[in-house]
Design a protein around this ligand. Structure first.
Ligand SMILES: CC[C@H](C(=O)O)C(=O)SCCNC(=O)CCNC(=O)[C@H](O)C(C)(C)COP(=O)(O)OP(=O)(O)OC[C@H]1O[C@@H](n2cnc3c(N)ncnc32)[C@H](O)[C@@H]1OP(=O)(O)O
Ligand SMILES: [Co+2]
Length: 134
């Protein structure tokens, strides 16, 4: 069911500093920040030959990553994103196994303009999993 690793997300308190670090110290190809108000984050993508790093900074009052950063003030790996061919079929299969699909289970459009869903970290080895329709 899961396919390519689309990205590994790192939550940060300062997305400009994180971008400069990867661009200037690691020589990486870093996108400009884009606000994603419906997700409560500002995102940057570090484009790698085989996948991406997604930097996330809280945006607005009720960012879903605010609590994570309170617990991890230096930042940290926030989630992994796998691609799936059919996100609705994946959702239904996961729900049938008892996995918790976050929100109301309706896919939302993510940073790549594709439908995404999230699976509870407590059901996946303490790791927040994002699924993105390939
Ligand atoms: C623009 C879209 C972009 C894209 O790629 O397209 C994105 O990726 S947007 C990313 C931001 N959006 C989300 O993360 C949405 C899904 N996340 C959530 O619904 C919440 O963050 C949730 C439910 C995972 C955690 O909620 P909260 O921060 O309020 O903490 P809780 O106390 O409810 O957490 C319960 C339990 O889980 C542990 N936890 C929380 N976050 C993570 C994490 N990222 N990785 C691993 N574990 C996590 C938390 O510590 C609690 O554990 P406990 O042992 O009970 O303390
Ligand atoms: Co993501």
């Amino acid at each position: 069911m899961i396919g390519r690793l689309n990205h590994v997300a790192i939550a940060v308190t300062n997305i400009d500093a994180a971008s400069a670090l990867y661009r200037d110290t690691l020589g990486a190809d870093v996108s400009p920040p884009t606000d994603q108000p419906e997700h409560g984050v500002t995102v940057v993508f570090v484009n790698l030959p085989n996948t991406k790093i997604e930097f996330l900074q809280p945006l607005g009052e009720n960012s879903p990553i605010a609590k994570f950063l309170e617990k991890n003030p230096d930042g940290g790996i926030h989630h992994v994103c796998y691609e799936v061919d059919d996100i609705l079929a994946a959702r239904d299969r996961l729900k049938a196994t008892g996995a918790r699909v976050l929100g109301d289970g309706t896919p939302r459009i993510g940073a790549h303009g594709k439908p995404v869903l999230f699976l509870h970290p407590k059901d996946f080895n303490g790791t927040l999993v994002e699924l993105e329709q390939a």
